[in-house]
Design a protein around this ligand. Structure first.
Ligand SMILES: Nc1nc2c(ncn2[C@@H]2O[C@H](COP(=O)(O)OP(=O)(O)O)[C@@H](O)[C@H]2O)c(=O)[nH]1
Ligand SMILES: [Mg+2]
Length: 278
């Protein structure tokens, strides 16, 4: 009989040659990781999502950016932050849109020296278990996009109307801007800090889906390396969606603005040097 084998690191742990014990190697090997999560009325979700992020990536930190949620999410987050040093909270005066929340979160992250900064929703549509895969991909990329459409559609429990809107939107963005990405409106992303430093955050005005398109488009035009990895997207289990028609309408126009802003160019002029291996 062969003796039992020691557990082998799986997935990205193996790819990076790291210890599988607790994932800490990512942090010591690569830098500090912050997951930024905007919240508006997410009381049922913030505790379980924090636990899931820390289970997937034990040394990551979380920053919640709360829009003064009427359901008391902000107070709950304060309690969580007081009890748990990995959790931080930024309070906004009110609901100003996703873009304003992320810009505030990104500035907070840059000031405090984080190296890998994630965007993620609070509602479990984005699976925190994917975080190590993003970090593995970020070894050779400046911006990693989670794609629901790379190599096939992986969305569960979404009404057909929303799926068609999202897929049509992706095609529209691709045709107008020339960006070769399958899911440009997705909100599960990992930035190296040098991308956020280059984005000129104060100049970003778009707010909903177009915020996702604008940040990726600006990074792409500046020549940063962008890769997509496949993710599975599940409709939220608790709470309600804040998506509305004005967010959709904003995106329709913003895409044209981006195209005109870069002088009708549909490809980057240059590529920045590869990120130095960490
Ligand atoms: N701070 C802040 N968070 C927001 C705002 N709008 C939505 N969110 C949060 O952003 C994430 C995505 O919103 P969600 O309603 O799930 O959009 P959907 O996934 O497109 O249906 C969730 O975590 C929301 O709580 C906002 O105006 N401000
Ligand atoms: Mg959602």
């Amino acid at each position: 009989m062969t003796p039992p084998q020691a557990a082998q690191p799986r997935g990205p742990s193996r790819a990076l040659g790291l210890s599988a014990e607790d994932g800490r190697g990512y942090i010591f090997g690569m830098g500090r990781v912050l997951v930024v999560i905007p919240t508006y009325d997410e009381r049922e979700n913030v505790r379980p999502i924090s636990a899931a992020v820390l289970a997937a990536q034990p040394d990551a930190e979380l920053l919640f950016v709360d829009a003064n949620s009427p359901d008391g999410t902000g107070r709950l987050l304060d309690d969580m932050a007081a009890a748990q040093p990995h959790i931080h909270v930024l309070h906004q005066a009110g609901k100003e849109g996703l873009g304003r929340a992320y810009v505030a979160g990104f500035k907070w992250a840059l000031k405090r020296g984080y190296d890998f900064i994630f965007e993620m929703d609070a509602d479990f549509s984005h699976d925190p278990a994917e975080i190590p895969h993003f970090l593995a991909a970020a070894e050779n990329a400046d911006l990693v996009l989670g794609s629901r459409y790379l190599g096939g559609i992986r969305i569960t429990n979404w009404p057909l109307r929303r799926l068609l809107l999202s897929m049509g939107g992706a095609l529209y963005v691709r045709l107008i801007t020339g960006m070769p990405f399958t899911d440009p409106t997705g909100g599960f992303k990992c930035y190296r800090r040098r991308v956020l430093e280059a984005l000129e955050l104060d100049r970003i005005r778009s707010n909903g889906y177009s915020f996702q398109i604008e940040t990726t488009h600006t990074a792409w035009m500046k020549g940063f390396r962008i890769v997509e990895i496949p993710i599975t997207f599940e409709d939220r289990r608790a709470g309600y969606s804040k998506m509305n028609v004005s967010i959709f309408r904003e995106a329709l126009w913003e895409v044209w603005k981006l195209y005109f802003k870069c002088g009708l160019r549909r490809s980057p002029r240059r590529t920045v040097p590869k990120p130095t291996p960490s």
